[in-house]
Every structure is written in C-alpha cells, then in structure tokens.
Design a protein around this ligand. Structure first.
Ligand code: PHE
Length: 299
C-alpha cells in the first residue's frame, strides 16, 4: 500500500477488503459444514432406540413372617404397647423356673427343649421376656409390652411343626387388670388382623404361668364359621394361649400380686400367617423359594 498513489490507495484497499471478506466467508462456510457433519455423525453414532424394553432390576420383598410380625406389632403399638426383646439363648430360670415351672414339673414336657447346659437352653417360648420386662419395669405400672422373637423346640419338622418358629408374647400388668380386658384386647386384635366379621371364643386351658388360662379360637378364616375341613367342621380355629398372670409369676417379676394383676398371651406367628394367606405347609416359610416369597411383594 505504501508504494501506491493517493488515488490508487482507496481502490486497491477496497479490493483487498473484498478479497478478505470472500476468503473469510468461504472459511466460515467450510467450518459450518464440518460442524454439521460432526453433529450428524455423533447423532448417528449415539442413537438410542427408545422402543427397546428396559432391563428389569430384581427387587426383593419382605418375608411373609416379617410382614405379619410387623402387622401384629403395628396393631399393638396402636393400642399403646411397647416392644420388648430378650435373648434366644436363655437361662432355665427365665424360661421355666420364674414362670412357675420348677424343675421336674410335668408341664415342662409340653415344651421339649434344646439344652446347652443344665442351666442354659434355647428358649422354648417368648414368655421369659415377660419376666425380663417386669424386672425392667421395676414395679412401675401400667406395663404393656409385646415380645416378638424366635423360639426353639425339639419337634420333628412337618407341615405344622418346626424346630424353630416365631412367637409374639403380650403382657399387661397394672391395677385392676381383668380377664375382660384380655378378651377385649384379643377381639380388637383378631378383627384388625382378619376383619371385623371375625369373632373369638375362649376355652379353659392350662399354663403354669397363668391362672385361669385359656385357649383362644377365631372364626374359621376358611369357611367363615360354617364348618369345613380346615376347622374340622367346628367353625373355629385355635390361634393362641393366654390367661391371667399367675401371682407367683408377678412376684418373680417384682410385683405385688395384692396390688396389681395382669394378663398375658402368646401366639405363633407362623400360624397367624398360615391362616391369613391360606398356606398349607409351614416349611414354605423356611425354604427360601423365591417363587413363594415373591408372591408377598405386593400383598
Ligand atoms: N408360652 C405359651 C406357649 O408357648 C403361650 C402363652 C403365653 C400362654 C402367655 C399363656 C400366656 O405355649
């Protein structure tokens, strides 16, 4: 530009500008074409077929016994009970002695036991937790607890027996606790569990730790009380044992039987679940067959 005359300078300058603009435009077009091609390549390479079915993730489900235990717990929590637990390896004192079953008492035969030593065994029922809960309460009333847990008996396994099963114990201690309180509580419980149409009946029975004692039947869940094979035409099914806490048991728990009274009950979770879900063999609960367990995922 330095060698140009004053007249030539604007003309040549204009031409130079035009040339630069032309080159820039071509370059920009090329760049845009490259960008487009790259975008298209990536779109093609990263295509997702939204019509493909997704991969299913296997989800577990709560075990039916856990489910039923939680349901029972919820019902009693709603009635103001708290949950108490105790050891599965228990002393002879808590499992039998404190429950008014001294050594050599014939009623010990009702619960064939796994002994570890002369004084230690696998608990045969959840009733020892009654004694533990009473001792913990240190004389304070009202005491309202349920005690869920595993129990062990020397039974041969079959459709209705297992060497290990689950129980839920209930215990209420306070001034003026009566048998009618027990009956009302159990009626409330079974209706919450099986429906408002279900009734209960109490039959006299015997447990060393309750006096009087009763066996509780519910309206047959299969036939609604009409009589069928399951209830042996009686219309009733036995579901639990209960009674008024024996004075000696209250004493072992640190309560004065002249001042307070109490009721207790104990039920088998397997039995409650068999009836609720119409299952015919207790062993289904322990075989870990996912085809069986999966059925409870949405119940
Ligand atoms: N412990 C008794 C059993 O296992 C059940 C029971 C509990 C009965 C509490 C009465 C009171 O058979």
């Amino acid at each position: 530009m330095g060698g140009l005359s004053a007249e030539e300078r604007p003309v040549i300058g204009q031409v130079a500008n035009d040339v630069r603009a032309a080159i820039e435009e071509v370059l920009a077009d090329k760049q845009a074409a490259f960008d487009r091609a790259e975008t298209e390549r990536r779109l093609a390479a990263e295509t997702i077929d939204v019509t493909l079915p997704g991969r299913t993730v296997a989800t577990g489900s709560v075990h039916p016994l856990t489910k039923v235990t939680q349901e029972i717990e919820d019902i009693f929590l709603g009635m103001g009970y708290t949950i108490a637990e105790g050891p599965e390896v228990e002393t002879d004192y808590f499992n039998f002695e404190a429950l008014n079953l001294p050594k050599d008492h014939p009623a010990r035969d009702m619960q064939d036991s796994f002994y570890i030593t002369d004084e230690i065994l696998l608990r045969t029922h959840t009733s020892p937790v009654q004694i533990r809960a009473m001792k913990n309460a240190d004389g304070a009333t009202p005491l309202k607890v349920i005690c869920p847990g595993r129990v062990y008996r020397r039974d041969d396994d079959d459709a209705t027996h297992s060497f290990m099963f689950h129980q839920i114990e209930g215990l209420v201690v306070g001034p003026d606790i009566r048998m009618s309180d027990l009956k009302g509580t159990l009626l409330q419980f079974v209706q919450a569990m099986y429906g408002p149409q279900v009734q209960i009946r109490l039959r006299p029975s015997f447990f060393p730790f309750t006096e009087p004692s009763a066996e509780v039947d519910v309206t047959c869940t299969q036939c609604g009380g009409q009589g069928c094979r399951m209830c042996k035409q009686s219309g009733w099914i036995e579901i639990l044992g209960c009674g008024m806490v024996h004075p000696k048991v209250l004493e072992h728990g640190g309560f004065d039987p002249e001042q307070v009274s109490g009721f207790a009950f104990g039920m088998g979770v397997e039995r409650i679940a068999l009836l609720k879900y119409d299952i015919d063999d207790i062993r289904h609960f322990y075989n870990n067959d996912l085809r069986f367990l999966g059925q409870f995922a949405r119940m």
